[in-house]
Design a protein around this ligand. Structure first.
Ligand code: ATP
Length: 248
């Protein structure tokens, strides 16, 4: 059976400040209902790729100068972030980015700002988020700035869910978290993928954990895709083992 491609990145080039060439022809296919991992070291271009898709690049003086990005077959590379969210694609930025002075619940509600359905639907989804992250229910009245790194990461994912996305671009969910928490976050991502049918494109330096939860992976090096394949194959690939999984 043919799986529908939801997001198609075709040979994109990205330049910052009109001079710094960071992506040198990146192509990706993100199938509907899958978890796709974007792997690679520091500075490889993972974040830039996600921002090119979400439209957040413009606010950093970055520009897609070649290639195309299509969502459901429609070009989106000139779409602003709010419009991209309305199309069903939301980015969870690296480093959590909660509003520190708002409570956890207020943070979650900000995720619903593009929705046009009524309060009842939003309330229902708040409960859904709390069911996925019971810890957030306990902390709902706490100011986000005073919660732990893990709670803030949960809050960032929960906030994305509040927009009822079809696709979540998740940047470095493991960053700065203890291994046990990383595992927990990835388990929840897997459950959301399976139960809600949300498609994920996630950027990760932690190749090991990403390849255990993703279905397919792309490896970026210096702004180019150097390898891609089913996660299972990448896990067993000798080069991947040696350079990215830390075993030979
Ligand atoms: P990390 O895990 O560190 O975020 P990454 O793979 O996500 O790494 P990017 O953040 O996309 O990599 O960065 C790729 C390259 O682009 C790096 O060399 C970085 O210095 C450069 N870069 C990123 N943002 C900007 C910017 N706003 N202006 C200029 N150069 C930038």
């Amino acid at each position: 059976t043919q799986v529908e491609t939801l997001l198609e990145v075709n040979n994109i080039e990205v330049i910052y400040n009109s001079v710094i060439l960071v992506l040198k022809g990146v192509s990706l296919n993100v199938p509907k209902g899958g978890i796709t991992a974007l792997l690679g070291g520091n500075g490889a271009g993972k974040t830039t790729t996600l921002k090119a898709i979400s439209g957040l690049l413009a606010s950093e003086r970055g520009e897609v100068t070649k290639g195309s990005i299509k969502y459901r077959g429609q070009p989106i590379q000139h779409t602003d972030p709010a419009e991209t969210v309305r199309k069903g694609v939301v980015q969870v930025m690296e480093g959590r980015h909660c509003f520190e002075h708002l409570t956890i619940e207020e943070n979650l509600l900000t995720g619903a700002y593009t929705r046009t359905d009524g309060k009842a639907g939003i309330q229902r989804d708040l409960e859904m988020v709390y069911d996925y992250f019971p810890r957030l229910r306990e902390r709902r009245r706490s100011q986000a700035g005073y919660t732990s790194g893990g709670e803030q990461q949960m809050c960032a994912v929960g906030r994305a869910l509040m927009s009822r996305p079809e696709t979540i671009l998740l940047d470095e969910p493991s960053m700065g978290l203890a291994p046990q928490l990383v595992e927990q976050i990835f388990e929840i991502v897997k459950t959301i993928n399976e139960k809600e049918g949300v498609t994920f494109l996630l950027a990760e330096q932690n190749t090991n954990v990403a390849l255990r939860f993703a279905h397919y992976g792309y490896i970026l090096e210096s702004g180019r895709v150097v390898m891609d394949g089913p996660a299972k194959d990448l896990r067993e690939n000798q080069d991947v083992k040696e350079f990215y999984l830390g075993v030979s």
